[in-house]
Design a protein around this ligand. Sequence first.
Ligand SMILES: Nc1ncnc2c1ncn2[C@@H]1O[C@H](COP(=O)(O)OP(=O)(O)OP(=O)(O)O)[C@@H](O)[C@H]1O
Ligand SMILES: [Mg+2]
Length: 257
Amino acid sequence: MTSTFTTPPPPQGRAAEPPAVVATEVSKVYGSGDAAVHALRGVSVGFARGAFTAIMGPSGSGKSTLMHCLAGLDTVSGGRVMLGDAELTGMNDKQLTLLRRDRIGFVFQAFNLLPTLTAEQNILLPLELAGRKLHRQWFDQVIDVVGLRDRLGHRPSELSGGQQQRVACARALVAQPEVIFADEPTGNLDSRSGAEVLGFLRASVREMGQTIVMVTHDPVAASYADRVVFLRDGQIVTELYQPTPDTVLDRLKALGA
Ligand SMILES: Nc1ncnc2c1ncn2[C@@H]1O[C@H](COP(=O)(O)OP(=O)(O)OP(=O)(O)O)[C@@H](O)[C@H]1O
Ligand SMILES: [Mg+2]
């Protein structure tokens, strides 16, 4: 990749430990022959533990594809993805399903909450499905960080968009996954609710050491991260540490986004 650094990047997250997720020369081709779309072209990147990383780039640059390949939701056409010591590439569907269930958390643009369950039941569902025991103290800590204590008995339809997304974040966090992948988590929210959710994601990194990788179009959302990597045409073209909305916008403009 093209490096824009003249000095080494500042340490972020638990930089002394091996990265939570590493992609090496990952490529992804959809379709074949004349219809082939090269969505990823040799992406190599690592995501530090305990750090909040944003992925940005123009529409169609491969952000969602990269996230899906990193999270074992899609297979790669070439290259390797490691989650800790586990190699995702080469796993069969059953192994990937278990790995996602036990080691990865997801937050999507659509909140994906079950409408008939209360906030608390939604948050606890993944643990139940995995047959895992709830650590009440951790649950309490998560609920306090997301500020949902007085909403636990409400169903999704009785919550604001921001509150629903905070429930989705709490659901991801309560299982203490090695990494949370978020694809446009604030895409459906007004700016105030978006700030609420981003502040909460930031706090979960700072106070709980969570590792988060988030796709976003929004320079303000990206500025909550420790680091931003920029994709264009399926390749990582630049990155930024300690981003601000202005520095992110400048890089995006330089990319022609
Ligand atoms: N299932 C698919 N079949 C064929 N082509 C696909 C498929 N999914 C994505 N693509 C193509 O791969 C490229 C990358 O798509 P991707 O969804 O990763 O982009 P993105 O950066 O997330 O864009 P956006 O910002 O619009 O969400 C695009 O050209 C897209 O049309
Ligand atoms: Mg996308």
